[in-house]
Write a protein that binds this ligand. Structure first.
Ligand SMILES: Cc1cc2nc3c(=O)[nH]c(=O)nc-3n(C[C@H](O)[C@H](O)[C@H](O)COP(=O)(O)O)c2cc1C
Length: 178
């Protein structure tokens, strides 16, 4: 199974995501090609994870524009079995929820749906209230998740062609690798 794995600019869950990607690549019969949004790469750098991701996944690519690299076309032509966006920022979720396709990963998601390619999204902001996140320096910080961002996640849940994942662990079920 070949997976296009979109990484957006979310500090929340970025460490857990990279650790999971490494484990899945080692344990499962899959090939992961990471595609970072522009801000995804910035956040990977902040958390000193960029070199690590590039080392484990030599196919790593970063957004130059909505159509460069031309991920949407690769998805539509069936070069991947699925698109997964994890972690997904409030920004990326809001855009997809409203049909805005002006970044690499929002465009990829909205174009992939048009050819019935499965799209899975793991949004970081899932429930209204406080969450504790880990800062690049390792310290913890509390954040308030807004009801408007959770409403956008609900919109995604009701969108044809998109499956919203509640936890990162659900990715194992998606790729059938326990
Ligand atoms: C260190 C750092 C951590 C961030 N963490 C989050 C986050 O946890 N959730 C979020 O929605 N945005 C977060 N952001 C803000 C996003 O990167 C910003 O909204 C960006 O425009 C998202 O672009 P993208 O959705 O195309 O990746 C963070 C930014 C930085 C620099």
């Amino acid at each position: 199974m070949k997976i296009a794995w979109g990484i957006t600019g979310s500090g929340d869950k970025i460490i857990e995501t990279v650790e999971l990607m490494e484990r899945l690549e080692g344990e499962c019969d899959i090939e992961i090609v990471p595609y970072a949004s522009k801000e995804g790469e910035v956040v990977l750098k902040f958390y000193k994870l960029l070199k690590r991701v590039k080392g484990v996944f030599p196919g790593y690519k970063v957004e130059r524009s909505a159509n460069a690299p031309f991920l949407a076309s690769k998805l539509q032509l069936g070069k991947f079995d699925l698109l997964l966006i994890a972690p997904a920022t409030a920004n990326t979720v809001a855009k997809i929820a409203h049909g805005i396709a002006d970044t690499l990963l929002t465009n990829a998601a909205l174009q992939a749906i048009k050819t019935n390619l499965p799209v899975y999204i793991y949004p970081v902001d899932q429930e209204v209230g406080e969450v504790t996140t880990i800062l690049p320096n390792g310290k913890k910080m509390k954040l308030h998740v807004r009801k408007e961002d959770v409403k956008n996640v609900e919109t995604l849940r009701n969108m044809d062609g998109i499956t919203v994942l509640k936890t990162l662990d659900e990715i194992r079920e998606v790729i059938a690798c326990d």
